[in-house]
Design a protein around this ligand. Structure first.
Ligand code: PGA
Length: 260
């Protein structure tokens, strides 16, 4: 008899290594992770997003596992005179399945706008990469009561012109800027509330059926000790993890906690 699955979306936890880990350090970390975590893990999707320079090695080391490779950024053009940029097909060629787009550090330090985020999302989708689209308000915006307005603008801008989409191909990450790297996560109830709002906006933009399929992660000071507070909520489908993904014990424990 078929059992009713109350959780139709497969949870997804992505480790965003940011600008950490040389190749040699990445090799050590992956070796330790492979000892601590089942490479053929079921019930949760694991995505590792190392710096560009580690992608070939990490891709090779996790080959044969069920873990996925993701990049932290992408350029929207197929190729051309864009010094320092990396194209979608280059990422696909290295085995990437996911790409983080619109992270608040890129918006704040590298001038990314909703328009460039939108180009990147479109380019990723066209290349068969799944964008992890990050949205979230700053502390000032939250204090001004603008959380919903900011998140809605980032979603409608980032997804402008996209109407045909399979929900599994897009991941949204709610990352309140004030919670990133601060050790002060958003309360799980509030994160679920904003995630619910994100799903509502996604429904308006892409249709309710698609919005129901899209995984919405929470990100911002997620640790082994608090991830279950987020992932136990039906409206939150995993996490985007920075600092706690840089160390094998913490990332492995975090994944186990997320599995429940
Ligand atoms: P953090 O980073 O887990 O270190 O807060 C999260 C992120 O930037 O995605």
């Amino acid at each position: 008899m078929a059992t009713f699955d109350p959780r139709p979306r497969k949870p997804i936890v992505a480790g965003n290594w940011k600008m950490f880990k040389t190749e040699a350090e990445a090799e050590v970390l992956i070796g330790q992770l492979l000892q601590r975590l089942d490479p053929l893990i079921e019930g949760i999707e694991i995505v590792l997003c190392p710096p560009f320079t580690d992608l070939p090695l990490v891709g090779k080391l996790i080959d044969g596992s069920k873990w996925h490779l993701g990049a932290q950024n992408i350029h929207w053009e197929r190729q051309g005179a864009f010094t320092g940029e990396i194209s979608p097909s280059m990422l696909v060629g290295l085995g990437c399945r996911y790409v983080i787009v619109g992270h608040s550090e890129r918006r704040a330090y590298f001038g990314e706008s909703d328009e460039t985020v939108n180009r990147k999302v479109k380019a990723a989708l066209a290349a068969g990469l799944r964008p992890i689209l990050c949205v979230g308000e700053t502390l000032a915006e939250r204090e001004q009561g603008r959380t919903e307005a900011v998140v809605e603008r980032q979603l409608s801008g980032g997804l402008d012109g996209i109407d045909q989409l399979s929900g599994v191909d897009l991941v949204a990450a709610y990352e309140p800027v004030w919670a990133i790297g601060t050790g002060v996560p958003c309360g799980a109830g509030e994160a679920e509330r904003v995630s619910g709002f994100i799903r509502e906006v996604l429904g308006r933009l892409l249709g309710d059926g698609t919005a129901e399929e899209i995984r919405i992660q929470y990100g911002g000071s997620v640790k082994p000790g608090n991830i279950a507070q987020f992932t136990s909520r039906p409206g939150i489908d995993g996490a985007l993890v920075g600092g706690a993904s840089l160390e094998a014990d913490s990332f492995a424990t975090l994944i186990r906690e997320a599995l429940g």
